[in-house]
Design a protein around this ligand. Structure first.
Ligand code: B16
Ligand code: MG
Length: 217
């Protein structure tokens, strides 16, 4: 039976949320919107377009499509400037051993991310070759909690939804996996990700015996 191991990107493999935050904060400041780290939590796993709408709602600002387009371009250019120096040192602790263990056990791995910048990030961090399939913000039209991104990834790997395992740091992503009847593994705080089937603070607390269970059940 083929299993699909599907990884979210931001917050699971790398912490790009800090760069998204810096880039969005510049836009928010220009608009006199107070944008805190707490607000940034609302943007995790959410698409770029929806993120801007959330920020504008915070500031009770109505804007023209033209202005919105300009801010989206500006945000992404700024965000990309933070990624220039990215390398393998940005991969979150414990991720590499899990990827390597899965590969050593002949398991299929996919990326399921909302980001349109997923490929360059995987390239820069040197882990592109671990992925048998990549589904990202360029491939899907429905954002998490819609399970489209994960369902596509499972299909590409030839696994059923029930045989798919999703690693996610966002509430929306955990919900997406649950809706699709996939196994959801929350990476982060128990209080936030309580809907997940299993929750780990980070990948260093995932033991190989747990991965073995996922492979064999
Ligand atoms: P981009 P993930 C998501 O990545 C981020 O969590 C979210 O904050 C971001 O807005 C979204 O990607 C779009 O990213 O602007 O690069 O297209 O967690 O789904 O891997
Ligand atoms: Mg994420």
């Amino acid at each position: 039976k083929v299993k699909a191991f599907i990884f979210d990107l931001d917050g699971v493999i790398v912490d790009t949320a800090k760069y998204h935050y810096l880039a969005w904060k510049k836009i928010a400041n220009q608009l006199d919107i107070d944008f805190t780290h707490e607000h940034n939590e609302l943007l995790k796993g959410v698409s770029r377009v929806r993120s801007l709408d959330i920020i504008l709602e915070l500031g009770k600002i109505e804007a023209s499509q033209q202005d919105k387009n300009n801010w989206l371009i500006q945000k992404n250019e700024d965000y990309l400037s933070y990624l220039v120096d990215m390398d393998e040192s940005e991969i979150l602790p414990g991720v590499m051993p899990v990827l390597k263990y899965l590969k050593a056990n002949h398991q299929k791995i996919a990326l399921g991310s909302a980001s349109k910048n997923a490929r360059p990030i995987l390239e820069k961090t040197g882990i592109l070759d671990y992925f048998d399939a990549i589904v990202d913000g360029n491939d899907v039209s429905n954002a998490k909690p819609d399970p489209e991104v994960f369902i596509r990834a499972a299909q590409l790997l030839g696994a059923s939804n029930e045989d798919s395992i999703v690693f996610e740091d966002s509430v929306a992503g955990v919900q997406a996996a649950n809706i699709a009847h996939m196994k959801s593994i929350g990476i982060g705080e128990k209080s936030v990700l309580h809907e997940a089937n299993h929750i780990f603070h980070d990948f260093t607390s995932i033991e190989t015996s747990f991965i073995d269970q996922l492979i064999n059940n």
